[in-house]
Design a protein. Structure first.
Length: 180
C-alpha cells in the first residue's frame, strides 16, 4: 500500500474537517459527562467511501482517533475503545464501497454499512463504559446508544443526501488502483 500526495491531502482535509466539527460549538451536548450529537462522522465516512479499508483505518482510527482523544481531554486510557476501535469501525463502510457505487441499488449497501458501523461504535463505547467507568453493561449501553445512534442517523441522512454527488465525484475522479 502506497500513499500518494493526493491521498495525504484528501485525508488531511477530511480529518481536519471532522476535527473542526468535533469542537463543542458545532455539536449538541445531550449528556452531562460526555456524549454529543455531531456531524463529525460525515467527513470520516466520505474518507471511507473514497479510500481503501487500510487507508480508512489509518485515517479514522489512528489519526482522527488520536487527535480527537487529545482534544476531548478524557485521558489516553479512553483511546483504545472510545476512539481507535469506535471510529475505526467506519472501515466497514470502505469494505463495501465498490458495491455502493457500482450496483444499481448501492445506497442499500450504504445504509446497511453505516448502521453496522454505528452498532459497532455503540458496542465499543459501551464496553469502554463498563471497563473504565465501572457502569453496568445496560447502563453503559443506554447512555452510549442514546447519542451514538442519533449521530449515526444524522450521518446516514447526510450521506443519503450526498449520495448522487458523491457518486458523480467517484466516477469522475476514481482512485483507479483502489477500486479494484
Amino acid at each position: 500500500m502506497k500513499y500518494t500526495i493526493k491521498d495525504i491531502a484528501e485525508i488531511g482535509i477530511f480529518v481536519g474537517l471532522a476535527l473542526v466539527l468535533n469542537i463543542p460549538i458545532f455539536s449538541i451536548h445531550i449528556m452531562s459527562n460526555a456524549g454529543s450529537i455531531s456531524f463529525t462522522l460525515i467527513p470520516l465516512c466520505i474518507i471511507a467511501l473514497r479510500k481503501s479499508w487500510w487507508k480508512t483505518l489509518i485515517a479514522t482510527a489512528i489519526i482522527y482517533g488520536l487527535f480527537a482523544c487529545l482534544m476531548d481531554g478524557y485521558g489516553f486510557q479512553t483511546y483504545p475503545l472510545d476512539y481507535c476501535l469506535s471510529y475505526g469501525s467506519l472501515t466497514l463502510i470502505s469494505l463495501v464501497r465498490k458495491p455502493i457505487f457500482e450496483k444499481k441499488y448501492g445506497f442499500i449497501y450504504l445504509i446497511v454499512s453505516v448502521i453496522l458501523a454505528t452498532l459497532l461504535r455503540i458496542l465499543f463505547t459501551t464496553i469502554d463504559g463498563v471497563w473504565l467507568y465501572e457502569y453496568t453493561f445496560l447502563a453503559s449501553f443506554i447512555y452510549n446508544a442514546t447519542y451514538v445512534s442519533i449521530t449515526g442517523a444524522v450521518t446516514l441522512a447526510a450521506l443519503l443526501l450526498l449520495f448522487k454527488p458523491l457518486q458523480m465525484i467517484i466516477e469522475r475522479y476514481p482512485d483507479a488502483k483502489e477500486i479494484q
